[in-house]
Design a binder for this molecule. Structure first.
Ligand code: BGC
Length: 812
């Protein structure tokens, strides 16, 4: 313990001693959606939390309060570089400070158990070591900026179906070796200030009440001294929560903590010492963040400023994975008069982030069309939509100028607010000035829409309640949307969009739009919030015609770049995916373009694996994930060779869904059995003898590497390699361990360590890579502890899990 830790602990104890039971109980419940109450009597300021992980949204859910949007966590993990994650973290700390946020609800370190997992894009990898290393870098970076992290979702929240109640049934060995492992690495190596306990149960106990995993494992074995915050609305029981080690119930004010917690002490169900322990953890968190008078903050001076846009662009390129590059198709040669046909709806309307609580609102988005237009000589780029997979209405955006008008029952205007899109997400007191939940009777989203295209425009709604929708002065729909059967409390975020009617509109001619929402009685709700959206979908053109247009553009160009993508209805928090197919006619589009242009480069704009049935028919395939706000600029950098694509796959990319080791994420009678045990990701493909489309760790740069020697002494591997290409580059040297004749049920090989090296053309470089003790251990279920397994190991120095370049033997 450092001197500062000691002082903080002393100040915390003194402050705790001054609090009465009711105040203590109140401090453990959110005072609203994002914060804990201030207690001026002990010099405690209000602690503010915010999502996480690709940016810092702040306490308002609106594009009026923009944030830098970094690439998706899958992209960050694809950089295979904890230092890059650390730099991302430092930027996020800067963003948090700018927005008055003290604790970031991130990183998400659940594993890629199945590619169907809805939040796959928000997690790092199928491999616990890569996840742990990336998460460690991230947490260090954020906390070096004086901002706390809440590592989530502890644990077993690897899919979304029935996420509030599902029981993830995981045997102790995979639980420790896979799912707990990243949390453990981060807790031990980066000392996060907080952890978020998940919605689900593990082996029959809800995670917000899990004494064993929280008390004995997280705090006991790993020495976690941070704060345990519930996932939003995950705390269900006052007594079981506090006895299970849950410190804070979020959000508030109506939670199972607060007055109910004080009562449970008074009734004798809970000892006051349990409440004190939780308060201690909250006060320690506040002290670290500099919110408790007399206690030194961990970081007193903000670190040097980071250029967020530049970093977002750099990380996007670092995370892009070039999985195929026949005949050196990339980088493109933008030489004299060479032309590019850029094709795809997502090339124009880029999809830069995944859906749900990970959403932030960037100030600007650079689409592939913007990025390439800026980078290519004038007149050499031609754009065609080709296929538009978005066939459902989305929040009104492009072409709309909207505001929200709040009225009372007599129709008198109480307040107005600007609306950057058709989405109204007002949480807690974040209402337009003058309006209150008690006085508001209606909210009207109103303004004009100036279409980009002539034709039939569809309008719709998302959210629950009574609506009147009018376009051009005509009522299109009037009705009530009830909650569906499989309702998620966050239905208004994730629920299906509903089309309500169509209107023929003419390009460039503004028309009036209005959506009136009747404000429900919010007095009994645990959380006061208004959430609904005005949705829109532009005219659908004939799909064959669109493809024909793209083919014509591709035929007459030297290179065709096709951007294919998932939509917001495919990858999001709140639901799992049903399949891995690209939505709409995108596969047909790629095939048609590739048939007329041998230089077809496909850019895959998806946060997690999708099937690419045409992958052998095209010249190059570049995975960009959700590349964040600067994605289009980074894409131009990579396509034109200003930088090399730096990514390696953090997760195996199956050829078809059926090849994935886990294809079932729907619980049976509330239980989701992790019956595959240790065999997820590359461990499973290897065992089943299935060749995926692209192996874990795979990724091509723009230069070549010769692996020359591998030497293993003690617990260090030394790999010497030479850049044999004609340009500088970075290689990720991956070290796998393969036990010789294993009697312990271990996989054939697993990632033990990795290191990135850089070298100029013709240069040699040596990577010195420490092999962690844990790589040689298994979780012994009988002894309930780690056990080192001696014997002979093959140490592999590899370019990917399927491409071993050098081997050595290690006797333990
Ligand atoms: C998500 C968390 C998130 C929280 C607050 C929950 O629904 O699971 O990841 O931090 O909401 O937005």
């Amino acid at each position: 313990m450092t001197d500062a830790d000691q002082i903080r602990n002393d100040v915390v104890e003194a402050a705790l001693g001054k609090l009465d039971l009711d105040t203590k109980a109140r401090l453990l419940a959110g005072q609203d959606m994002w914060s804990l109450p201030a207690i001026p009597g002990i010099g405690l300021a209000s602690l503010v939390m915010s999502d996480g992980p690709i940016g810092v949204r702040g306490v308002r859910w609106t594009a009026d309060d923009p944030s830098i949007a970094l690439p998706s966590p899958t992209a960050l993990a694809a950089a295979w570089d904890p230092e890059t994650a650390r730099r991302a973290g430092r930027l996020l700390a800067q963003e948090a400070r700018r927005k008055g946020v003290h604790v970031l609800l991130a990183p998400t370190v659940n594993l890629h158990r199945s590619p169907l997992g809805g939040r796959h894009f928000e997690c790092y990898s199928e491999d616990p070591h890569l996840t742990g290393e990336t998460g460690t870098g991230y947490v260090r970076g954020v906390q070096e900026g004086g901002v706390g992290t809440i590592v989530k979702h502890f644990v077993g929240n690897d899919a979304e179906t029935e996420r509030f109640t599902v029981d993830s049934v995981i045997a102790p060995r995979p639980l420790h070796e896979l799912y707990l492992a990243p949390f453990e690495a981060i807790v031990r190596n980066a000392r996060p200030w907080g952890i978020m306990t998940a919605y689900n149960q593990v082996n029959g106990t809800t995670m917000t009440e899990h004494r064993h995993l929280v008390g004995e494992v997280l705090r006991g074995a790993w020495g976690f001294d941070g704060c345990n915050v519930s996932d939003w609305m995950a705390a269900r029981s006052t007594v079981r929560g506090i006895l299970g080690g849950l410190d804070v119930a979020m959000p508030g004010p109506q939670t199972v903590y607060g007055p109910a917690l004080a009562d449970s002490v008074r009734s004798g169900a809970v000892q006051e010492s349990a409440v004190d322990e939780a308060v201690r953890n909250v006060l320690r968190l506040a002290a670290r963040a500099g919110l408790l008078e007399g206690a030194p903050a961990v970081v007193t001076e903000a670190p040097p400023a980071v250029d967020g846009q530049a970093l977002a662009r750099e990380i996007a390129a670092r995370g892009m994975v070039l999985v195929r590059n026949e005949g050196g198709a990339l980088p493109l040669d933008p030489g004299q008069g060479r032309t590019v046909a850029l094709i795809g709806a997502a090339a124009r309307d880029a999809r830069v982030l995944g859906g749900g609580s990970a959403t932030v609102f960037p100030e600007r988005v650079v689409s592939p069309l913007d990025g390439l237009t800026a980078a290519l000589p004038p007149g050499t780029l031609r754009y065609a939509v080709g296929a538009d997979p978005g066939d459902e209405p989305v929040p009104a955006g492009q072409g709309f100028v909207l505001r929200a008008v709040c009225r009372d029952a007599a129709g008198t205007v109480l307040g107005e607010g600007s609306l950057p899109s058709g989405q109204v997400q007002w949480i807690g007191d974040d209402l337009p000035a003058g309006a209150t939940y008690e006085t508001m009777a209606t909210i009207e989203v109103t303004g004009t829409f100036t279409p980009r295209e002539t034709g039939e425009h569809a309008f719709g709604t998302r959210g629950l309640g009574a609506f009147t929708l009018s376009v051009g002065g005509r009522v299109l729909w009037e009705g009530v949307q009830q909650m569906g059967d499989e309702a998620d409390p966050f239905e208004a975020f994730f629920g299906a969009p509903s089309e309500r009617g169509r209107v023929h509109l003419t390009a460039a001619e503004p028309t009036e739009v209005s959506l009136v929402f009747t404000v429900p009685d919010t007095s009994a709700l645990p959380l006061k919030a208004i959430m609904f959206s005005l949705l829109h979908l532009g005219p659908r053109r004939d799909a064959d015609e669109l493809i024909a247009e793209a083919v014509a553009a591709a035929r007459s160009a030297d290179t065709a770049v096709v951007v294919v993508a998932t939509t917001e209805r495919v990858e999001s928090e709140g639901f799992d995916r049903k399949d891995l197919a690209l939505p709409g006619r995108q596969d047909d589009l790629v095939r048609a373009v590739a048939a007329v242009n041998p230089n077809t480069v496909v850019v895959v704009n998806a946060g997690s694996p999708v099937e690419l049935p045409w992958r052998e028919e095209v010249a190059a395939v570049l995975l960009t994930w959700f590349p964040g706000q600067e994605g289009g600029a980074a894409l131009a950098d990579v396509l034109l060779g200003a930088v090399e694509p730096g990514g390696r796959l953090p997760t195996t990319w199956p050829a078809v869904l059926a090849d994935a080791p886990v294809t079932e994420v729907v619980p049976t009678e509330g239980r989701l059995e992790y019956c595959e045990g240790l065999f997820i990701g590359y461990r499973a493909y290897e065992r089943q003898g299935i060749t995926p489309a692209y192996a874990f760790g795979h990724g091509l740069g723009y230069t070549d590497w010769r692996y020359e020697s591998l030497e293993v002494t003690g617990s260090t591997a030394r790999v010497r390699l030479t850049n044999t290409g004609s340009r500088p580059g970075r290689e990720v040297v991956q070290i796998y361990l393969a036990p010789d004749g294993d009697a312990h049920g271990r996989p054939a090989a697993w990632l033990a360590a990795f290191a990135g090296v850089e070298a100029g053309p013709g240069e040699s470089v040596e990577a010195e890579i420490a092999l962690p003790v844990r790589a040689f251990e298994i979780w012994d279920e009988e002894a309930a502890g780690w056990r080192r397994i001696g014997g002979r190991y093959e140490v592999r120095a590899s370019h990917s899990s399927a491409d071993t370049r050098l081997r050595a033997t290690l006797e333990l």
